[in-house]
Design a protein around this ligand. Structure first.
Ligand code: NAP
Length: 382
């Protein structure tokens, strides 16, 4: 299975929510064929491995880090071809916790068909490592929601801009390149309207090769200027604006005429802590409807339904804070620059955390130096 996982890491995918698959056909306890997913080929890893095994495919044990053939153009047809090559066992690494999403139902169907052809199926070998490699796929397949990566560049004292809103550029050039790589590797990139107004970003991939993601702007009142760069038709990138019923219908029409997708979503119901007694315990809580904040749960659900498997959230503080407060982020990437700003715009606002034991923590943390910066990359603990 480790060999299958190693092969999977060599592969490439057509979009972020397609799983990377590595497969090894083992005959008489020896590897006889290898395969891995490729964005340039429709041939799934499992079929490549069995074909390479040739006459030894029949009766072999096929090791694959995830259900076989999910990397095929036509999954049903690929499973039929796998069955026809008659391996005696299929051993699958990462187990999918089934749900009612289309991806989950498809993977259940794949194992069901293989089993009913009389081939033994074993699940769950080095499961955690296998799931980690395809974490975007698992999140999307099991919940129907996109995998959310939050990314920002901050000073040593945690500011993402000066008090006047100046943020370009806190981090060094290599970190900017990393930002473009992250854009390329996600299906969508998302920012709040504050960032559009202050920074006027393009949100396209320019510093590396690869496709630009869908641009998602969270703008509850449609304050976006018609001259904003994210609205320009330039390049292949598309733009989606999430707004609320506080938006001017005339403005919606103007934006739609520019070819922009505008969706009116529910307003966020935000929990407000109303009483903090002297011992610091939170005594009571109430919910109130704030004027024009977009309900981010509804937005993520809608993007998931539209086939967006992963989102890179690039700020600003308002959107980052709302996502963290709602436990909606999966991964955090921060470029920490060796600079001190003092009073500025902190990356994360008030999360109403009163005890250190309630602080947000991370696992699978990786750190490295990039240019003058330190890159933090970790998974939010649940
Ligand atoms: N260093 C970095 O990596 C980085 C990256 C991006 C941005 N920045 C900096 O961040 C600053 C902008 O931060 P920001 O907090 O003003 O901007 P933001 O997060 O980009 O936008 C916040 C605005 O989004 C709207 N919004 C709609 N629904 C929301 C929801 N559910 N939760 C939160 N906001 C929602 C609100 O607009 P309404 O007021 O219209 O309701 C809110 O004021 C700029 O100075 C920019 O330079 C830095």
């Amino acid at each position: 299975m480790r060999m299958a996982l190693k092969l999977a890491r060599r592969g490439s995918r057509r979009n972020s929510s397609q799983p990377l698959i590595g497969a090894v056909a083992v005959s008489e306890e020896r590897p006889a064929g290898y395969g891995y997913s490729s964005a340039d080929s429709d041939k799934p890893a499992a079929l490549a491995a069995l074909e390479q095994a040739g006459a030894k495919a029949a009766g072999s044990a096929l090791y694959t880090n995830i259900e076989p053939c999910l990397d095929a153009g036509d999954v049903e047809d690929a499973v039929s071809r796998l069955i026809a090559m008659q391996p005696s066992r299929v051993i699958i690494g990462g187990r999918l916790h089934s749900s009612d999403t289309a991806e989950s139902m498809l993977s259940t169907k794949v194992t069901g068909r293989i089993r009913s052809a009389g081939i033994a199926v074993d699940l769950g070998l080095i499961e955690d490592e296998c799931r980690e490699l395809n974490s975007v796929y698992y999140k999307y397949a099991e919940t129907g929601l996109p995998f959310v990566t939050v990314k920002f560049a901050a000073s040593l004292d945690g500011q993402i801009a000066t008090a006047t809103g100046d943020s370009q550029w806190i981090s060094s050039k290599p970190s900017l390149r990393l930002a473009h790589e992250l854009r390329r590797d996600h299906d969508a990139v998302m920012v709040g309207i504050g960032t559009v107004i202050l920074d006027d970003p393009q949100l396209t991939v320019r510093l590396v090769d690869g496709p630009s993601p869908l641009r998602v702007i969270v703008d509850g009142r449609l304050r976006i200027p018609l001259t904003a760069k994210v609205l320009s038709a330039e390049g292949p990138s598309r733009t989606f604006i999430a707004t609320t019923d506080r938006a001017d219908p005339e403005r919606i029409k103007q934006l739609e005429e520019l070819g922009i997708t505008v969706r009116v979503l529910p307003r966020a119901v935000v929990a407000r802590w109303v009483q903090t007694p002297p011992d610091g315990d939170l005594a009571s809580e109430t919910s109130e409807l704030l004027p024009a904040l977009v309900d981010l749960s509804a937005l993520l659900k809608q993007l998931g339904e539209a086939g967006v498997g992963s989102i890179l959230v690039e700020g600003g503080a308002g959107i980052i804070t709302a996502l963290l407060a709602g436990h909606k982020a999966d991964r955090l990437v921060v470029a920490i620059a060796p600079k001190i700003i003092g009073r500025g715009i902190p990356a994360v606002g008030d999360l109403h955390i009163h005890r250190l034991s309630d602080a947000i923590t991370f696992s699978a943390v990786k750190t490295r130096k990039l240019g003058n910066d330190i890159i933090f990359d970790g998974r939010f603990d649940l």
